[in-house]
Design a protein around this ligand. Structure first.
Ligand SMILES: Nc1ncnc2c1ncn2[C@@H]1O[C@H](COP(=O)(O)OP(=O)(O)O)[C@@H](O)[C@H]1O
Ligand SMILES: [Mg+2]
Length: 350
């Protein structure tokens, strides 16, 4: 079970650089992992608050599935000379861990690359960008330039920036390009369609494996219609859904997830197993959405630190209100609740 977030020595005044910038990405990749047996006996209250604010990344079935598929794609593309390299699209509802999966796999890949090339510093194995809202092709390629720290001058046109970006990514031997929030590309608008063409163009010019993530993009214009066909023909779709709780196996997966998060708590008086015993309740509260589960546990931990009890109980969990989606799910009559889909499902390439 991967446990990989920064320790309690986080500086709250530290400058914020999003992971879609080179500096932010490097900082994320370098953040020291906390081990399950980290000694927190000397931690101050602030350190505990920081730790639970950041918390850990645990491995989920969807993450494992994407990881296996990604390794295969990287091998398939490694010596492929043509331009039709294969890639992945991760699609699902919000808050289900799509961005986290992209970031975590990117980090693992980059760390492995650094181990393979310990003394080489002019490499950039992973690039991570987010599609800006109402993106135009120039805005998208400028995001890549921003990630790379390339100066984008007002007078530079799209072709000029694209050239600079592609040359730099090729020189730095970037092998994995992660593009988040692709649902923001509305390919029905002219600029959205042109931006989608721009993404394809980058995919052809950069010898890397591309992974996209977005909210419910399965049937979106990004992958359908004449423009979406090309992408749909090369990319495999992986679903990232809320975790179901119907069968024995599904319950076991959920229970393990809850236990992993509970084991990562750093509260001095927490009774081990309290959350594990409340697994069914936690699923009801969160509808199997990892973002809501993580929020519930982290907020409960924060309250427990602030009130000095340093322990999470069922009544504390009851007192915490969750995000609007989770609250609406809880209030909906059981029959009206949308059924959680299978944990992950892949669609054969068309
Ligand atoms: N594998 C994970 N382990 C622990 N927490 C997670 C994991 N995946 C997601 N989360 C939590 O859920 C929140 C939402 O995840 P995110 O990746 O932003 O979802 P999405 O991109 O699908 O909207 C994150 O901020 C994080 O707190
Ligand atoms: Mg996201």
């Amino acid at each position: 079970m991967a446990v990989a977030a920064g320790a309690g020595d986080v500086d709250t005044d530290e400058r914020f650089d999003p992971v879609s910038t080179w500096m932010g990405w490097q900082r994320y990749v370098d953040s020291a992992p906390v081990t399950a047996d980290a000694d927190d006996s000397g931690w101050s209250r602030e350190q505990r608050l920081d730790y639970h604010s950041q918390f850990v990344v645990v491995s989920t079935p969807a993450m494992e599935k994407v990881s296996v598929q990604l390794q295969r794609m990287l091998l398939l593309n490694r010596r492929h000379r043509g331009t039709a390299r294969r890639g992945l699209v991760v699609s699902g509802p919000p808050n289900t861990g799509k961005t986290t999966t992209l970031m975590e796999l990117g980090r693992i890949f980059e760390l492995a690359d650094r181990r393979k090339h310990p003394d080489v510093h002019d490499r950039l194995p992973v690039a991570f960008v987010s599609v800006p809202p109402a993106s135009t092709p120039k805005m998208l390629v400028s995001e890549f330039a921003r990630f790379l720290g390339l100066p984008v001058l007002q007078r530079m046109n799209q072709a000029g920036i694209t050239d600079a970006v592609c040359t730099t990514l090729c020189e730095l031997r970037t092998q994995l390009v992660l593009v988040d929030d692709v649902h923001l590309l509305d390919t029905r608008t002219r600029s959205g369609a042109e931006t989608s063409d721009q993404i394809k163009h980058l995919g052809e010019r950069i010898p890397a494996t591309f992974v996209y993530a977005g909210v419910e993009v399965d049937d979106s214009p990004l992958l359908t219609g004449p423009r979406g066909q090309q992408l749909a023909g090369r990319f495999k779709l992986l679903r990232n859904d809320p975790l179901p709780y119907g069968t024995q196996d599904q319950r076991q997966v959920w229970n393990e997830l809850v236990s992993s998060l509970e084991n990562a708590l750093r509260l001095q008086h927490h009774r081990a197993g309290t959350l594990a015993r409340q697994s069914a309740y936690l699923h009801r509260r969160t509808a199997g959405v990892i973002g809501s589960l993580s929020h519930l546990i982290r907020e409960a931990a924060t309250v427990a630190i602030l009130d000095g009890t340093q322990s999470i109980t069922k009544s504390l969990l009851d007192d915490i209100e969750l995000d609007i989606r989770a609250q609406q799910h809880l209030l909906a009559p059981t029959a009206a609740r949308p059924r959680a889909r299978a944990v992950t499902r892949t669609r054969p390439q068309t």
